[in-house]
Design a protein around this ligand. Structure first.
Ligand SMILES: [Zn+2]
Ligand SMILES: [Zn+2]
Length: 230
């Protein structure tokens, strides 16, 4: 079936345009693995991505992990997966790297995975949430269930806002679907998204989950802008 589909709709590499797949093996090698984890609050180096004690308040995430740097190829993959082809499967290329599979499987003591919610206007354009797709993939990989507990109530996307405006725009705009409250209380949660830019949505999501009784929050993004807090 796949062979038939491929002959009707041939696939081209999003970067070098060679025929065969959406991302060829040669281009895939340009993905750059995250070599050092950092604190999600200050963006400085931190062992295992644990949030520095001095950066932490009672609502902060406890840890942050990223799989690859947001280099030119990572950016192309994310943009194509989200907007151009809506081919979320491109996100699999970040996950299906041996080192990243090892990293994902080494995250211990997680009870549930929660995708970062998206704005309502974005949801209308593409009814699947890309973060939901990523959460699903990670769930299959590490065999931990998903809980789609968060709702974003702002209509304004964070995309074109400055760092300060992002924090203001998102403040108080993430809610919990009350049906899921029992699944959050006293639980260790893995929050997932595609890219970490300012971290504003992650920090706000962590705050609302901890306000509602979550015990521990680990944030994970497929890619990370090397200087997201600069
Ligand atoms: Zn290529
Ligand atoms: Zn810090």
């Amino acid at each position: 079936m796949n062979i038939l589909l491929d002959s009707i709709f041939p696939k081209y590499c999003i970067l070098c345009k060679s025929l065969g797949s959406n991302l060829c093996e040669k281009c895939k090698k340009n993905l750059q693995l995250t070599s050092f984890e950092s604190c999600i609050v200050c963006d400085r180096l931190s062992v295992d991505g644990v949030t520095h004690l001095k950066c932490k308040n009672k609502f902060s995430p406890d840890r942050y992990i990223s799989l690859c740097y947001y280099n030119q190829l990572a950016r192309e993959i994310v943009l194509n997966a989200k907007y151009n082809q809506k081919s979320y499967r491109l996100f699999d290329d970040f996950i299906n790297i041996h080192e990243n599979l090892v990293k994902l499987n080494s995250i211990s003591t997680i009870d549930i995975i929660i995708p970062i919610p998206m704005t309502k206007s974005f949801k209308k354009l593409s009814d699947i949430n890309h973060a939901e797709y990523i959460a699903q993939k990670i769930s299959e990989t590490i065999k931990i269930p998903i809980c789609d507990a968060l709702i974003k109530t702002t209509k304004i996307s964070q995309k074109r806002l400055s760092k300060e405006r992002r924090h203001i725009n998102i403040s108080g705009k993430i809610k919990i679907n009350s049906d899921f409250l029992p699944q959050i209380k006293s639980k260790s949660i893995l929050l997932v998204d595609d890219v970490l830019t300012t971290g504003a949505t992650m920090l706000e999501s962590s705050k609302i989950l901890k306000l509602n009784g979550a015990k521990n929050i680990t944030c994970l993004t497929l890619t990370k802008d090397e200087f997201h807090n600069v």
